[in-house]
Write a protein that binds this ligand. Sequence first.
Ligand code: SF4
Length: 357
Amino acid sequence: MYKRTDTVAVKVGNLTIGGNDQVILQSMCTTKTADVEATVAEIKRLEEAGCQLVRVTVNNKEAAEAIKEIKRQISIPLVADIHFDYRLALLAIENGIDKVRINPGNIGRREKVEAVVKACKEKGIPIRIGVNAGSLENHLLEKYGYPTADAMVESALFHIGILEELDFHDIIVSLKASDVPMAIEAYTKAAEVIRYPLHLGITEAGTLFSGTIKSAAGLGVLLSAGIGNTMRISLSADPVEEIKAARELLKVFGLITDAPTLISCPTCGRLDIDLFAVANEVEDYLSKLKVPIKVSVLGCAVNGPGEAREADIGIAGARGEGMLFRYGEMIRKVPEAELVSELKKEIDQIVASYEET
Ligand code: SF4
């Protein structure tokens, strides 16, 4: 378990972000928010995949008005993404939003900021300040010349200062950049000077393949340093893929306790079974489970028994068949055609034992 750095705790609906070792997973809807049916359907798919907090864009009045009905139909907290227009923030708050992502320095006149802060205070709603390397304030670009990690941290402190001046402290901060080293530097520096929870993300990371690698590289460094209290992996893909990737990443650092792990070998010339198909089918089966079961799928008996010892259940291929291992002990041999179904049966038994305890 990688300990989180100390931050204050901020409540978002029924969740607590910061002040503990948990990293809350979030994603963002790709639907038009005003399309309640499509938005709710996407949120439900996200929730099933393990999403704990979901953001929707609130870019017009219809979107802000849809929040009431969306909230009625979902059970995870909802975040409104708002740019500039404080009236949309007020309407979203009135309609029951759980958190607002808005940069107070971008709202405009002081009384507009005060109105949003007052409404958030009254309803106990936190504000996420979202610093983005691509949209830094002009005064910072003039000072630094171009986006830098220091400029990003200064931007965050600028927005935090506005909220603190109004005695508002339910703050969460993100410092996103698509440049991974810059994002790492910005979050690392921010963690030294900001006591509010940090929302991690590599923005505009890319497609499912490249974006996952880029995000894992950047966020992995931060998570291993104990930085980050909530996280979104941003992908040009179905947002469910963001949650799947994020859960895998948290597993690496022992930051998730309800997810299965698959160990599978890369295969080599010793391989005697169609391992790729077996591994993919098993992975798909495991992806729906919410227990910390460890399953190994190895191509042959050379490394199989050793690796299988580390797993709750595993198989090692042999010519036209496979050996089934449970906690490192070979329990029986199974014909290749029945390998996956037998393995699933064993997995089900272990899952049932988790459910009993
Ligand atoms: Fe090759 Fe066997 Fe190792 Fe898989 S487990 S990589 S098949 S030696």
